[in-house]
Design a protein around this ligand. Structure first.
Ligand SMILES: [Mg+2]
Length: 193
């Protein structure tokens, strides 16, 4: 199996960075409202225009989510224990080239050799395949990933305040553990076949 981890909303605090940039708050976060510009009743073009003006530094300076380091640690431990390939990082930049550069800078700063395992794409499902696992916070990404290879590709939509699993967001790490345990059993079973 090969695991792919999303950045924004899984490891990286995109919401916090937006609040800082726009001088607005999202506390508590409106449950299940994925797009911040909807919460702030902004036109998407205004929202993304402001991000573009902030340049690559906006992306490079984003913080970890509070449980982001622990999400990564648990996934790393899982792949090591099972002898899988190292985890890969999969993120969708905006259409602004500075977003591509800024995300790469963030990974270089925080994930040691992670930059060689980073893929930036607007179609994550292109990397889906048998035994490939996506952990993401956006339901449509996970659905698209699985739809490419039904029964053979796997995915977890990690509960977060902005996705449909928001009521379980405080249990995200426990749910990740449960999911990794299931994946572990699947990997062992598949090897035995
Ligand atoms: Mg995300």
């Amino acid at each position: 199996m090969q695991l792919f981890l999303d950045l924004d909303g899984v490891l990286v605090d995109f919401v916090g960075g937006c609040c800082r940039l726009f001088g607005k708050s999202l506390n508590p976060y409106p449950p299940g409202l994925f797009y911040i510009y909807e919460a702030w009743e902004m036109a998407p073009s205004d929202f993304y225009g402001e991000l573009a003006r902030a340049g690559s530094q906006f992306w490079a300076d984003l913080d970890w989510l509070p449980d982001g380091p622990e999400v990564l640690a648990r996934v790393n431990r899982h792949v090591q224990d099972l002898g899988h390939e190292p985890v890969r990082f999969l993120s969708s930049p905006t259409l602004d080239p500075a977003s591509w550069a800024g995300k790469a800078k963030w990974v270089e700063r925080h994930l040691q050799d992670g930059i060689s395992r980073l893929t930036l794409t607007h179609d994550k499902a292109e990397l889906s395949g048998p035994g490939k696992v996506l952990i993401d916070d956006q339901p449509k990404n996970v659905a698209g990933w699985i739809a490419r290879h039904p029964m053979h590709a796997y995915g977890l939509c990690l509960p977060r305040p902005w996705n449909p699993h928001h009521s379980r967001a405080s249990r995200a790490l426990a749910i990740l553990d449960e999911y990794l345990a299931i994946l572990g059993r699947l990997a062992v079973r598949n090897r035995g076949e």
